[in-house]
Design a binder for this molecule. Structure first.
Ligand code: DAH
Length: 346
């Protein structure tokens, strides 16, 4: 009979639940305290026949341990929930937490914005390969055979040809390769922008990376002038950085353009007064540009007597850093969600 009683209590304890401190205390009084049922059974032990006493004692010990373990579990649960059982803490009337939404990468946001601005001016989009022949990346663009950019420290070569350097295979170092491919397959008028990924053999730091992105622009037609280049980039700067932006052209050199110019935009952070983004000059560089060198037109089968063109190239990382005040290139590729979440809804 006593065994039945023990069994009953085991089931009772196993099935019991405790949801608050009061219920915990009730549990303690009933199963643990000196006045509880388990102690009472122990007190009764002396009335049990001598030969059964040992077996009953063992059963009672098991029961006592079970009660104590359950009690500890219950009190830990209630403590963790700050006095309430966790089950009770769920407030079903609360609104559900919002699903975390993904966000566009800042480079995607800026690339799309650049494309949008140029598309409105009548530019279409072209793409070209990242693994490229020397011809498209260098030779057709008027780089001399011994130009230092071909050297190992700048270019990732995939295979060096036995014969002509023009057949070397490499990772493109700029998006200007797409200009050449475009001019080879399409006669003017050509008005296109060419976004893409480029590669250079650089040590990774806050200011340099071996993989980055550019947008190339090319406009070839009859009577395209340097003024068209200036107007186009001026319009771009106003759309991208604000309508009060000014641009400035500085003479420069690129093998594929003549004349060549570096494009600066007035610092949109300090409005030209001087700050650490513009290094207290009031201007920040955003692109290289120039009039397409007649040699390049000719290399691509376009009559350089009949046609002229302008070209430009800008770094998407650079523009993104300027626009969002980002000071380390490595953030773009680390995929730290604390960084990426800042662009939600941007
Ligand atoms: N390809 C140049 C670079 O990677 C950028 C550039 C400069 C592109 C002038 C052009 C240009 O089309 O006209 O640094």
């Amino acid at each position: 009979m006593i065994f039945d009683r023990v069994k009953e209590l085991v089931a009772e304890i196993e099935n019991s639940t405790v949801e608050n401190k009061d219920q915990l205390e009730a549990f303690r009084l009933k199963y643990i305290s000196k006045k509880g049922v388990v102690t009472e059974l122990f007190d009764n032990l002396k009335n049990i026949a001598q030969e059964d006493r040992r077996a009953v004692g063992q059963e009672l010990n098991t029961l006592k341990n079970l009660a104590q373990n359950r009690f500890q579990e219950f009190s830990a649960g209630i403590e963790a929930a700050g006095g309430q059982n966790q089950a009770l803490q769920i407030d079903l009337t609360l609104p559900v937490p919002p699903n975390l939404q993904g966000s566009l990468h800042p480079l995607t946001i800026v690339r799309r914005r650049i494309i949008e601005i140029f598309e409105r001016m009548g530019f279409n989009i072209s793409y070209g390969p990242e693994i490229e022949k020397d011809w498209y990346n260098f030779s057709a663009l008027n780089f001399a055979d011994n130009h230092p950019a071909r050297e190992m420290q700048d270019t990732f070569f995939i295979s060096k040809s036995e014969g002509d350097v023009k057949d070397d295979v490499l990772l493109r170092t700029h998006t200007s390769n797409v200009q050449v491919r475009l001019m080879e397959r399409q006669k003017p008028p050509i008005r296109s922008i060419m976004p893409g990924r480029v590669f250079r053999n650089e040590a990774i730091s806050a200011r340099a990376h071996c993989v980055f992105h550019q947008v190339e622009g090319l406009y070839v037609d009859k009577n395209v002038s340097f003024k068209d280049l200036k107007d186009t980039l001026y319009h771009f700067a106003k759309e991208m950085f604000g309508k009060d932006s000014k641009i400035r052209l500085r003479p420069s050199y690129f093998p594929f353009t003549e004349p060549s110019a570096e494009i600066d935009v007035s610092c949109f952070i300090c409005k030209g007064k001087g700050c650490n983004v513009c290094k207290y000059t009031g201007w920040v560089e955003i692109a290289g540009s120039g009039m397409v060198d007649p040699n390049v037109l000719q290399n691509c089968g376009i009559d350089h007597e009949a046609y002229t063109g302008f070209a430009f190239g800008m770094g998407i990382e650079r523009i993104t850093m300027l626009r969002y005040g980002i000071n380390d290139l490595r953030l773009f590729t680390e995929n730290d969600v604390r960084f990426l979440r800042q662009f939600e809804g941007a």
